[in-house]
Ligand binder design. Structure first.
Ligand code: ATP
Length: 503
């Protein structure tokens, strides 16, 4: 909900996770900077992904391709001609919208009505009621669903045929109003390319027009043969990459969910033609497992299989996550056929084929890709972890219950007071742990307040040095989530930390 989302944004700023870009100049819309804790969390998510993809798969290797690429890349990939959003303006409010998003929101409202009817019926008929039968026979529900399908199908058809007049006609027929002002006075629909252009070269006449890459995938496709040959890779194999991508998004809202400069984590898996569906299923399952392993709650994920497929795909699904503003795409898994490699063969005049020794033939491999936004993943983890808890004594605490493996700081070391040699012991503990963990020293304020602050930052463990430490070489280890405290010998800390941070 809205309040929860506002809390997320405010918390991200207050605790050094995310700042607006160039804030002292009032910021730049839909561009953000990762702050001292944000960069650690982001690095940890990237690392967690990289480990599972590259380190854990003997047949996946990584690359780090440049953001700037030869401009023909984007002709071949289809981005110059087809990476557009259909735009519509409201003549009264002068606000600009994505026509497809307006229509999808309309369809979503119909679906919400269906869900309401289901909830009502569940109450009336008890848990034993047959939901499948209900949605296929109840007249009102059938009507909503039919209307929804019709609307989405017509939009897909019109967009496929580039029939923008019909997209506008649909908006008018459905009576869709400007969500902010209610006005129904719309302009024509037109296409807007999302790529950022830039120039290479010093003099204006000789400069070459380039684009900032709108996705990282093409850097992998153009290097397919280089990697295959130099890495002596055999199909099936994958190439993984993380890096910045840029899109001139029209409606960039919802914080870091939709940014103009963002980071992707992609893996393109090259397979034998005909085996792509097997691998598509494999990657669907494998990627969902990766998400579930973080423990954010299985109910927060769902697949959304695409009925309408992009021109290059023969199967596609999104892993959707329950963000504070509802279920939205977090990751895409696409079976892209040989579309990209074939297109690059055509435009470059170079063969991009693999000689398969088992089949004794050469072919252009098919591609199954997994593509996830790092920033979106950050938002998923961060928003899901932020909690307001009411404690037994009636007081409340804010806790950022990040998965420990992703937390920016793993442990804070706190001397109970600033004297009697306690800070020195705390520093010795830091020197012992810093080789393996990001640890932090904190001596300011009463220890209770320091605990609360570390809870809000998301630090899973606090290690407190007190007077007893001097006698028996033990410290208090406090757990963020349970707030339980235990006494641990200093020399046992590394082993203890290791076992607690195991996933
Ligand atoms: P959407 O439908 O939300 O615009 P998309 O289908 O265009 O996303 P892809 O091109 O499949 O997205 O990109 C793969 C992933 O990259 C997405 O699942 C998402 O996590 C991330 N992503 C795409 N666009 C953005 C953006 N503007 N800001 C942040 N992350 C993005």
């Amino acid at each position: 909900n809205d309040d929860q989302f506002k809390r997320v944004v405010a918390h991200a700023k207050e605790y050094g996770y995310i700042f607006g870009s160039s804030e002292i100049y009032d910021g730049l819309s839909a561009v953000y900077d990762y702050a001292q804790n944000g960069v650690e969390l982001k690095n940890n998510i990237r690392q967690y992904w990289w480990t599972s993809m590259v380190k854990m798969h003997q047949n996946i290797v990584g690359i780090d391709a440049a953001i700037l690429m030869h401009p023909t890349t984007w002709k071949a990939s289809g981005h110059v001609d087809a990476f557009n959003d259909p735009l519509i303006d409201n003549k009264d409010s002068k606000k600009r919208y994505r026509a497809d998003v307006l229509i999808e929101d309309y369809a979503e409202k119909l679906e919400q009505k269906v869900q309401k009817e289901i909830a009502k019926a569940k109450k009336r008929f008890g848990e034993s009621f047959d939901e499948t039968q209900f949605v296929s026979t109840h007249p009102r529900v059938v009507g909503y669903r039919q209307k929804k399908e019709e609307v989405l199908a017509r939009m897909a058809r019109s967009l496929d045929n580039n029939d923008l007049a019909d997209v506008k006609a649909l908006i008018e027929e459905l009576g869709i109003a400007d969500p902010e002002t209610g006005s129904k006075n719309w302009t024509e629909v037109r296409q807007f390319n999302l790529m950022f252009g830039t120039k290479l070269g010093a003099s204006a006449e000789h400069a070459t027009d380039l684009y900032l890459r709108p996705e990282t995938a093409q850097g992998i496709f153009v290097n397919f043969l280089n990697v295959q040959k130099t890495g002596r890779m055999k199909v099936p194999f994958g190439i993984a990459q993380t890096g910045k991508a840029f899109r001139n998004e029209i409606v960039a809202r919802q914080f870091i969910f939709r940014m103009r400069e963002f980071e992707q984590m992609e893996m393109q898996f090259f397979v034998r033609p005909g085996e792509e569906m097997k691998w598509y299923e494999y990657w669907k399952e494998t990627r969902l497992k990766w998400h579930l392993s973080l423990g954010l709650g299985a109910d927060n994920y769902r697949f959304h299989d695409h009925e309408k497929l992009a021109h290059y795909a023969n199967a596609a699904t999104d892993i959707e996550f329950k963000f504070p503003f509802g279920f939205k795409e977090l990751e895409g898994i696409h079976s892209r056929t040989d579309f990209d490699l074939k297109a690059h063969e055509e435009y470059s005049g170079k063969k991009l084929q693999f000689f398969d020794p088992e089949l004794n033939e050469s072919y252009v491999p098919y591609v199954v890709e997994t593509s996830i936004g790092l920033d979106r993943m950050f938002l998923a983890v961060f928003s899901n972890s932020l909690k307001e808890e009411t404690l037994e004594d009636g007081s409340t605490r804010t806790v950022l219950a990040l998965p420990a493996i992703l937390a920016p700081v793993k442990a804070a070391v706190l001397p109970l007071i600033k004297r009697d040699g306690l800070p020195e012991i705390a520093h010795q503990i830091i020197d012992m742990l810093k080789w393996d963990y990001q640890v932090q020293y904190d001596e300011k304020d009463a220890v209770g307040r320091r605990y609360r602050r570390q809870d809000a930052v998301g630090t899973p463990f606090c290690i407190t040095v007190d007077h007893q430490t001097k006698d028996d070489q033990t410290v208090t280890l406090r757990h963020r989530d349970s707030m339980e405290q235990e006494r641990v010998e200093i020399s046992d800390l590394p082993a203890k930390m290791a076992s607690l941070l195991e996933v």
